[in-house]
Design a protein around this ligand. Structure first.
Ligand code: SAM
Ligand code: SF4
Ligand code: SF4
Length: 333
């Protein structure tokens, strides 16, 4: 049974393996909210690796072809390579992971050996001061660059680099980031700052639009548009006119793509979200722990997917911005 609602087949599964993170990015987990006494999930609330793998197999029978591990920071979940080995044994699945890169240098080889295919690494600036201000960490960018180098060395490639752009914090890093990654084979993707969750104090004025990003870049490093590789590709692709590679821009604020949105999202405690801006999830962990069969789980997921009417980015307004949406640090990007 493959799931397809208004052209929105279930094609991807994003699995958030933890709500914890060793960064406190201002746009995602501001320290004022996610500080010392924030209540993260307890270990027994998390899905076990066996539960995650079982659910992933069910999602694959429903059409999921790509699985992306995310979080929080996935590399802080203990023994993650064991989960990767379990997931990589599911036939026909493309398995990737999004990370802040700080723990990648020491884990890259084990992740690759376990069957991970590629990584996306988030990096918002090459400038230590901007990096520290934006990501609230006390180590230099060099640590993330070492993680990227280690991932490339073990073949977790092509690597995508995600850069969230927030006005007043890192627009000055757009061109240097492009120059740094141009010609390396890594694909830099600029991401418009989104009003995910309800704790980051998002304001439209802080968004640097895709159009502005492209025009800044094009003035220094001439670009040409590239046709999407497949329907539903989230990034608008551009290539350097001198043939030295591609970049992407994810314009979920200024150019909504809800019509083509294919990912299902599984939270660390086993709730299914059909939209990054969801207000609540569907509790799959309860079904799993109550003894539901695979067929019952598939039917439950199918019912949720078939009635999804998500189009948050298309209807974003002053009234929707302040809703108590799930945090992106809880369900991943
Ligand atoms: N911790 C990992 C990381 O940072 O790569 C994985 C989880 S993080 C929530 C996934 C992606 O969401 C990252 O690329 C991050 O930059 C992006 N992200 C987080 N908050 C965002 C926001 N408010 N707007 C746009 N992208 C955001
Ligand atoms: Fe952590 Fe990633 Fe969120 Fe930054 S974006 S706080 S690294 S989960
Ligand atoms: Fe998909 Fe929701 Fe984003 Fe629209 S707002 S693209 S439905 S995640």
């Amino acid at each position: 049974m493959l799931l397809d609602t208004l052209n929105r087949s279930l094609r991807d599964l994003r699995i958030s393996v933890t709500d914890r993170c060793n960064f406190r990015c201002v746009y995602c987990m501001p320290k004022e909210v996610f500080g010392g006494d924030f209540q993260f999930l307890e270990r027994e609330q998390l899905l076990t690796f066996e539960e995650i793998t079982r659910l992933a197999r069910v999602f694959v029978t429903l059409g999921a072809e790509k699985i992306r591990l995310t979080g929080g920071e996935p590399l802080v979940r203990r023994n993650l390579e064991r989960l990767i080995a379990m997931l990589s044994s599911i036939p026909g699945v493309d398995l990737t992971l999004t990370t802040n890169g700080s723990l990648l240098a020491q884990q890259a080889q084990a992740l690759k050996d376990a069957g991970l295919q590629r990584v996306t690494v988030s990096l918002d600036s090459l400038d230590d001061a901007a990096f520290k201000a934006m990501n609230d960490v006390d180590f230099p960018v060099a640590k993330v660059l070492a993680g990227i180098a280690a991932a490339a060395a073990v073949g977790l490639a092509p690597i995508k680099i995600n850069m969230v752009v927030k006005r007043g914090m890192n627009e000055h890093s757009i061109v240097p980031m492009a120059r740094h990654f141009k010609g390396t084979g890594h694909i830099l993707r600029f991401i418009e700052y989104m009003d995910v969750g309800h704790t980051n104090g998002w304001r439209l004025d802080d968004v640097v639009s895709a159009a502005e990003i492209i025009s800044l870049l094009d003035a220094e490093l001439p670009l040409e548009p590239v046709a999407p590789n497949y329907r539903g590709e989230v990034a608008n692709l551009w290539r350097y006119s001198d043939g030295s590679g591609e970049i992407g821009v994810i314009a979920s604020v200024t150019q909504a793509f809800c019509r083509d949105c294919t990912p299902a999202r599984l939270s660390p405690e086993g709730s299914l979200y059909t939209c990054l801006f969801g207000l609540s999830g569907f509790d799959l962990r309860a079904r799993v722990r109550d003894g539901a069969s695979d067929e019952e789980l598939a039917r439950a997921i199918g019912r949720v997917w078939q009635v999804r009417g998500d189009r948050y980015s298309e209807i974003r307004s002053a009234a929707t911005v302040h809703l108590t949406k799930v945090e992106i640090s809880h369900i991943g990007g």
